[in-house]
Design a protein around this ligand. Structure first.
Ligand SMILES: [Zn+2]
Length: 308
């Protein structure tokens, strides 16, 4: 099977704990991902809200160096996709590949030129905020607080440089400001349906439909707290969110943004080796093979072929 995942925190966790990407005790490793015929994974470098200015960029640099070293150690099994040409060339073989994102715009320290610095290093996606505030704007904890002037100027510059805008974690007001400013499709890498689980990190139906109409993507997050209120979240809850988005016309929009190694996922899923079980559950649930292929791979693959 083929699997494309828009968000995991594995490389940040590896760097923090001195762990190996090839084999570790985390949710994602190259050994575990060998259960896929083809695997495309966005690795996020997470910048904590507490980091500011040069400290945030220095932190990026250190995790980035760790990421490059891990990929170099495993060059036979995984390649770093920085440019569209890398992305297209992978269609000729079945090697796995890694894409790079930064989660938390504090990395820019309010400086536009840092965006080109990141872009030159292969960052193709920026999650504008984490849960709190940074120089770009406010996260979901302040729903009424939106983008700063810097954040508003950043959106067209990201589009010009080919860094995809990610609105997961962003405040509601920030979402609508991005929607008004963006000329290209933007995405929510790891966000579920607020109508199914009323958490501020999840998307409203209106937000989902705007992402749909703009040609964007929404990655389903496997974090238990975003799947179901209270205890007992399981893989079946992932299907409830997908069903809801499909009913809103999301068959070309929904994909996966697991949040492995950044969140606690249902016990019956476990880790990335549980994704084939999720696939079987989708089949039992009545999804067609073509739809499952869209959800687990094709929607994301087609988006990045169009938009990288
Ligand atoms: Zn996140």
């Amino acid at each position: 099977m083929r699997y494309f995942d828009l968000h995991c925190d594995t490389i940040t966790e590896c760097a923090a704990g001195g762990k190996q990407l090839a084999e570790n005790d985390l949710g994602v490793s190259l050994r575990k991902a060998a259960c896929f015929d083809e695997w495309r994974q966005f690795f996020a470098i997470w910048i904590p809200d507490s980091m500011r200015g040069p400290e945030a960029l220095a932190y990026f640099d250190s995790v980035y160096a760790y990421f490059l070293a891990q990929l170099a150690n495993n060059a036979r099994s995984i390649v770093f996709c920085r440019e569209k040409a890398d992305f297209l060339s992978t269609r000729r073989n079945s090697r796995d590949y890694a894409l790079l994102s930064v989660e938390g715009g504090a990395v820019l320290a309010g400086k536009m030129q840092t965006l080109s610095y990141l872009r030159e290093r292969g960052v193709r996606l920026l999650t504008l905020t984490w849960n709190g505030d940074n120089e770009i704007g406010s996260g979901y904890l302040k729903p009424e607080s939106g983008l700063t002037d810097f954040g508003k100027a950043l959106i067209p510059e990201m589009e010009r440089q080919g860094v995809i805008v990610d609105v997961s974690h962003l405040s509601d007001r920030g979402f609508y400001e991005v929607e008004a400013l963006a000329k290209r499709p933007f995405i929510a890498t790891h966000s579920n349906a607020r109508a199914v689980c009323p958490h501020g990190r999840n998307l409203t139906d209106e937000q989902f439909c705007l992402l749909r109409d703009r040609g964007g993507l929404v990655g389903i997050n496997f974090y238990k707290a975003f799947l179901r209120e209270g205890p007992g979240a399981c893989m079946q809850d992932i299907l409830r969110h997908i069903d809801h988005f499909l009913a809103l016309g999301g068959e070309n929009v929904v994909c996966m943004g697991s949040d492995f190694d950044g969140a606690e996922v249902p016990a019956d899923l476990g880790d990335i080796e549980g994704v084939p079980r999720l696939r079987r559950l989708m089949r039992q649930h009545g999804y067609s093979e073509a739809l499952i292929e869209r959800l687990l791979f094709r929607n994301a693959a087609e988006f990045f072929r169009r938009n990288l």
